[in-house]
Design a protein around this ligand. Structure first.
Ligand SMILES: O=c1ccn([C@@H]2O[C@H](COP(=O)(O)OP(=O)(O)O[C@H]3O[C@H](CO)[C@@H](O)[C@H](O)[C@H]3O)[C@@H](O)[C@H]2O)c(=O)[nH]1
Ligand SMILES: [Mn+2]
Length: 769
């Protein structure tokens, strides 16, 4: 692709100022340090409570330092797609990847909509190829895609002709579009719209019928390869569903279905494995220098997104400044005030925008445009020196190519082409089919660098952060693309077990990265990872570990009430009042109070300035405590089990809810729900412990201690706070059906709570003796 030289850049970098916030952050840090100092000085006069509190607070300070230092360079980019069209003499090809894994958890109609939205983006169709990876090996998914391809012949021209903005049909037809352009009011348009709508309804009925089994597959014709296949035991199936008519930019892009070979004895590495197969097969078939990857539920919401991303990919002076372009994860039909705290708005607005000014956003697994050569393991310096250790004289050396890229000669040729633009590469879909089957086989990666130095990294259930970290460690930068309307929209998991399982997978995967060969501190000391980028990575990679101090800290007030002791400096509340009245009697109580107040004010202020409500802040704060206690603690557990060799970590696919119409959405959708999975036990137990503590206090069952040395209003306020944070569980105690905590979970929680209460009392007795 040649870029004509013109002075107008394709994007504009906007640095956002936030000096006031910095001042508050430094102030809180100062307070935290003072609290720690106070604790240290008085540690000898107090017991276990103070030691535990000190360790937890040390940890919180560390986490605070990490987050504060890494989000101080907030940057935004404004992109100008029309300039790409003007400046670039020839638009580069882009390969589009969609992954799906389970037709039950991920209804094919969702995948179909994502695929349709991608096929309809504003970009010459002969430059696009859409690859769908199906890890479920499902005839249903394949059938749905074939039907979708027929519908696409109507849908794509319709969108382009009338410049429709929403190109995922289910959203377009569900939306109550109120504003029509003059063209859209014409009767011709209305007629076209009605036809397309009827066809879409037919399509969704067909897919629905097939999902419910009312259309039996006869396993003949195109579907024949699916007969006698099992999900985890089948040969590779690669089907060209649609083929772009050679060089016809107004037709449809290629659409290719891939179900890689799976055999029981061979590891398949979940999504990372699927991405690597997609990379290889697309390398053979189209070999585009850029690749977009989305989850099956993330449809393209901005039809110009490919152009926006190209502004950044082609606009930087040096390629090393943009290894990949990440768009934020945004969700459609987001519930009001984010009751499950999973819309990630503040995370993206603050932390991610902050690190954009350092080395760039983390790779988030979806909504990301990659440079193919970066995925092939090339280093930023290779651009100049053409020497990556894998390559000599622009050709892959024979010995190295074998353990690097695998044994397919055709693929190695295509990789050479992708890396250096040399060597012949035929881009013929049909002629590459045989080689495509070879590279999609489950043995292809043996003795190669796939998953180690090339492609998506293996060994973590968050292959995305792992792969992004590897790229940043090599010294590449990444850029953040936030066009308006948002680039991609996806489906947020519902609250309760689904959301917890997702968080558990994230915490597990991140911890796996932390203990992997990509340890960020090593990357900073010996490779090219920037120091503050390393801090940002540490912040996210230690999510799971945070559950331990948080759990203990949450237990402390209950422990103190039951044993009639205290963990906060004396006169927490009364002292404050006395301080105000008589000025300066007990300055120490100011420290924890100020930290608590400022921390919460500061966080709620963040929500406030990006236009979210205080309620949204509270929901997020509360869910953060629940997630930490339930999901993240299980993350630690699963990594420990993995280290002990007792069980492997697995990628559990998140269930995607499908609502055919807005009438299906129940009013209780924002209510936390429960099932019998053990992940909800820690939260239940924590709540029970606090309720027991309150009860012992009310019934006067606590041991007596000398005046002023026991627990007081400060601990009571703290338990109240914990109970408020775990309010969904409290409601679950008396809820019914899926909104109530099932009796088995309650039983397990009660046993755990009893153990904790018992241990507290034993400890107290020992101390008194
Ligand atoms: O064996 C598998 C498992 C999953 N997937 C696909 O991976 C994607 C993400 O799975 P999902 O269950 O939706 O996970 P989320 O937690 O919603 O995904 C986030 O977190 C993942 C890492 O944990 C990233 O891979 C995702 O891109 C990111 O959106 C989906 O398209 C799946 O179809 C596969 O292709 N093969
Ligand atoms: Mn998802």
């Amino acid at each position: 692709m040649a870029i004509q030289s013109t002075p107008t850049p394709l994007y504009e970098k906007i640095s956002l100022k936030n000096n006031a916030k910095r001042a508050v952050e430094i102030f809180i840090l100062f307070l935290l340090v003072s609290l720690l100092a106070y604790r240290l000085v008085h540690l000898r006069d107090h017991g276990l409570e103070w030691q535990v509190a000190l360790v937890c607070e040390l940890w919180f300070t560390f986490v605070w330092v990490l987050i504060v230092s890494s989000k101080w360079s907030p940057v935004s980019y404004k992109t100008y797609p029309e300039r790409v069209l003007r400046r670039v003499t020839e638009l580069p090809p882009v390969d589009l990847f969609v992954t799906t894994a389970d037709p039950q958890l991920e209804p094919p109609i969702i995948t179909v909509n994502t695929v349709l939205s991608l096929m309809a983006v504003d970009y010459p169709a002969d430059k696009l190829a859409c690859y769908v990876s199906d890890d479920g090996c499902s005839p249903l998914t394949f059938y749905s895609l074939m039907e979708a391809a027929k519908f696409a012949k109507l849908w794509v021209p319709f969108c382009k002709k009338y410049n429709i903005q929403l190109r995922a049909p289910f959203r377009y037809f569900a939306g109550n579009v109120t504003k029509f352009s003059s063209e859209e009011c014409s009767s011709e348009f209305q007629q076209a719209r009605d036809t397309v709508r009827d066809e879409y309804e037919k399509l969704s009925k067909k897919i629905e019928g097939a999902s419910q089994g009312s259309i039996p597959f006869d396993f003949t014709g195109e579907i024949a390869p699916f007969s006698n296949t099992e999900r985890s035991n089948h040969p590779s199936i690669i089907k060209i569903i649609l083929k772009n008519k050679e060089g016809c930019p107004d037709a449809l892009p290629h659409l290719i279905y891939i179900s890689r070979e799976k055999r029981a004895k061979h590891l398949h590495h979940y999504k990372a494995g699927a991405m690597n197969v997609l990379t290889r097969v697309s390398g053979l078939m189209t070999n585009a220098p850029f690749m977009l990857n989305v989850d099956c539920d993330m449809y393209a919401n901005n039809p110009q997104i490919v152009l926006h991303a190209l502004c950044l990919l082609l606009g930087t002076k040096h390629e090393r400044d943009c290894a990949f372009v990440q768009c934020p994860q945004i969700f459609y039909d987001g519930l009001k005030d984010d009751p499950f705290g999973n819309q990630l708005v503040v995370l993206y607005e603050y932390l991610v925008r902050g690190i954009v000014g350092i080395q760039g956003p983390f790779y988030g697994g979806t909504g990301c445009f990659h440079r193919r050569k970066v995925i092939y393991g090339s280093w930023p310096g290779d651009i100049k020196t053409k020497n990556s250790g894998l390559i000599s004289n622009g050709e892959l050396t024979k010995a190295k190519s074998l353990d690097g890229f695998g044994s397919s000669k055709q693929f190695i040729n295509s990789a050479t082409h992708a890396l250096w633009g040399s060597s012949d590469h035929t881009k013929n879909l049909l002629s590459s089919l045989e080689a495509a089957h070879q590279v999609a086989s489950c043995t292809y990666e043996y003795n190669t660098n796939w998953g180690k130095k090339i492609g998506w990294m293996y060994g973590s259930t968050t292959e995305d952060v792992f792969t992004g970290l590897a790229i940043h460690t090599m010294g590449w930068k990444s850029l953040y693309c936030t066009p308006n309307p948002p680039a991609f929209l996806g489906c947020a998991p519902s609250g309760g077990p689904t959301s917890m399982t997702q968080q558990k997978r994230w915490a597990t995967g991140l911890l796996e990265v932390l203990i992997s060969r990509q340890f960020p501190i090593y990357g900073t000391l010996f490779v090219q990872l920037h120091f503050r980028q390393c801090l940002a990575y540490l912040w996210i990679l230690t999510w799971a570990l945070r559950s331990i101090p948080e759990f203990l800290y949450a237990l402390l007030p209950a422990y103190c009430i039951m044993t009639n002791s205290h963990f906060l400096p004396k006169y927490f509340i009364t002292g404050l009042i006395r301080l105000v009245i008589s000025r300066g009697q007990e300055p120490t109580i100011l420290i924890p109070t100020a930290i608590f107040v400022i921390y919460n004010l500061y966080y709620s202020y963040k929500y406030f300035i990006i236009g979210l409500s205080i309620h949204a802040w509270w929901n997020n704060h509360r869910m953060q405590r629940i997630t930490s206690a339930c999901a993240w603690s299980f993350g630690v557990l699963s990594v420990i089990l993995k280290l002990l060799g007792l069980s492997a970590t697995i990628f559990e696919v998140t269930k995607k809810d499908w609502y055919a119409s807005s009438d299906d959405i129940s009013a209780d959708r924002g209510r936390f729900n429960f099932d019998e999975s053990p992940i909800l036990v820690p939260g239940t137990a924590l709540l029970l412990v606090h309720l027991i503590a309150k009860l012992t206090m009310l019934l006067g069952l606590r041991p007596q201690v000398s005046h002023n040395n026991g627990s007081g209003p400060r601990e009571v306020v703290c338990t109240m706070w914990v109970v408020l944070c775990f309010w969904p569980f409290f409601r679950g105690l008396c809820g019914k059906g899926k909104y109530g905590i099932p009796s088995t979970t309650l039983m397990k929680g009660a046993i755990l709570a009893t153990v904790v209460v018992y241990l507290c009392n034993i400890h107290k007795l020992k101390r008194d003796l």
